[in-house]
Design a protein around this ligand. Structure first.
Ligand code: KIV
Ligand code: ZN
Length: 513
């Protein structure tokens, strides 16, 4: 009989912890809804003890998402466990995920705890978590650099206190596949757990082996894999969900274990996560990269014409990659437009669908080629509003550039029904408009990230800009699209500014002195 491997998605927790990613509650909910459609088994929604924003996002996901288990991560402190319990208490299937490090280096230098102290933390936290929910997971952070006899003791303690999922993280991506599976087998043998225990792994990608290590763990008996969409996460990231799912699916002959993931939704999920996080997917990335199904050389194309299986072990249809879908005809029906947006991963209300359809028609007048990416960009930026309050809106801007003059810009923002205009010079047109915005706001956020791309390969493509700014220790990301690259840059900046003010209000931080 083929076993079920549970997919524990941690895109919203470990994925969101990656540098330069900062999702707000609405964006996290949008991703959680897509993970529900994808049919993941567990969604790790966040780390409620980390911040008030995280707490609220986990709570919103727990209240809305039905089907998957909703997990909240916590350290072993009483306060952390209580916050996790409170955040997920309304979930249909709540889980508390407790962790503490077990490796000598972490215990000595970071935790400053002895083995006995760590064991006592495990006992206290798992017991407390179990008093709130039946489903408790325990992770031994940095397990792959921990001593096996101590790990066995720690896991036995967690089981005795009521944990039913035991996670063996390769926190620093140090393990090698053959060694990792032997390591896991030895732990399982030492613990000799009751039948209801599910073993899990959580692999980081520092040596590019997160997926390989996760798969070797399945061979050793593990039945839960922690992973993220597009492999995002701390440093080099986590194991990529789409790669794990498709490896188990394509080589079912080797694993005798499979997932319940709706593979046709992998591509749209990857796109959604990439757009919302601003983490671009490399072109040649397995499964979801733009080139993943592109056959370029004549010999390969000839092979494909004779029999697709010559060069294709997975069809694009299996993962919902774009070749499958014809473009919308000019006179499309509402049903066709709905189906197009759903295939792209968006569930829109009737009103939203009408707005999107109108914007799409306007775009078709302005552009010869309208791609799926253009549709996604307009849905994300003009239909679904992820910034709760648009304190500032861009009313107008103008730039002057040339080879003999310094780039100069003037910008008008509207706030509370009043217009504010400023002009500034800069090192380039974008620098000039950003300086004008800063003059209006009388604050000087640091620009930490700036990325500009095109939604298609045609010269009339929409420009898509993402920025990350920080001010007074608050980080905010923004996104903007337009057929004009400077306008898309200003829109992204104003979006980030709105989010900055929003986070500052939630944290009760005054931005203007
Ligand atoms: O990498 C890690 O060890 C983690 C744990 C909290 C599971 O993210
Ligand atoms: Zn991790």
């Amino acid at each position: 009989m083929t076993d079920h491997v549970r997919i524990f998605d941690t895109t919203l927790r470990d994925g969101e912890e990656a540098a330069r990613i900062n999702l707000n509650k609405e964006e996290k909910l949008q991703i959680a809804r897509q993970l529900e459609r994808l049919n993941v088994d567990i969604i790790e929604a966040g780390f409620p003890g980390g911040s008030e924003d995280d707490f609220k996002a986990v709570q919103a996901i727990a209240r809305e998402i039905k089907g998957p288990v909703i997990a909240a991560l916590c350290r072993t402190s009483e306060d952390d466990v209580r916050k996790a319990a409170e955040a997920i208490k309304d979930a249909e299937h709540p889980r508390i995920h407790v962790y503490i490090a077990t490796s000598p280096i972490h215990m000595e230098y970071r935790l400053k705890m002895t083995k006995e102290e760590v064991l006592s933390e495990v006992r206290g936290a798992v017991t407390l978590a179990r008093s709130f929910v039946e489903d408790v997971e325990f992770s031994a952070e940095d397990a792959s650099r921990s001593e096996i006899p101590f790990l066995v003791e720690v896991f036995k303690t967690a089981i005795d206190c009521g944990a039913t999922t035991l996670n063996i993280p390769d926190t620093v991506g140090y393990a090698q596949p053959h060694e990792f599976s032997a390591f896991i087998k030895e732990i399982i043998k030492g613990v000799n757990p009751p039948k209801n225990i599910i073993w899990s792994v959580h692999c980081h990608n520092d040596l590019g082996l997160a997926v390989a290590n996760s798969l070797s763990a399945v061979r050793a008996g593990v039945r839960q894999i922690e992973c993220t969409v597009n492999g995002i996460g701390e440093r080099a990231g986590n194991a990529s969900m789409e790669e794990i799912v498709m490896a188990l699916n394509t080589r079912a002959d080797l694993y005798d274990a499979k997932t319940d993931i709706e593979t046709q939704k992998l591509y749209s999920t990857s796109k959604l996560v990439s757009r919302l996080t601003g983490m671009v997917v490399q072109r040649n990335k397995a499964i979801v990269g733009l080139n993943a199904f592109a056959h370029e050389t004549g010999i390969h194309q000839h092979g494909m014409l004779c029999n697709r299986a010559t060069y294709e072990i997975i069809t694009p249809e299996t993962v919902g990659a774009p070749a499958v879908e014809p473009p919308l005809s000019k006179h499309y029906s509402k049903t066709a437009f709905r189906s197009k947006t759903e295939n792209l991963g968006y569930q829109l209300s009737d009103d939203m669908l009408d707005t999107a359809s109108k914007l799409y028609k306007d775009l078709c007048v302005r552009k010869k080629y309208v791609s799926d990416d253009d549709i996604e960009a307009l849905i994300l930026d003009q239909v679904l509003s992820f910034t709760p309050e648009q304190r500032f809106t861009l009313k107008d801007f103008a730039v002057q550039v040339g080879t003999a003059c310094k780039p100069t810009a003037s910008v008008t923002l509207t706030c509370d029904g009043h217009d504010f205009t400023e002009a500034a010079v800069g090192n380039g047109p974008v620098d000039a408009v950003y300086s004008a915005v800063k003059k209006i706001l009388k604050i000087t956020p640091q620009l930490r990230g700036f990325q500009i791309g095109a939604t298609s390969e045609h010269s009339d493509a929409m420009a898509e800009t993402r920025v990350v700014i920080t001010f007074k220790d608050i980080k905010a990301q923004g996104r903007g699209t337009s057929t004009d690259i400077i306008e898309s840059s200003v829109r992204a900046y104003v979006d980030a500014i709105n989010r900055l003010y929003d986070s500052a209000a939630a944290k009760e931080v005054k931005l203007n002195d």
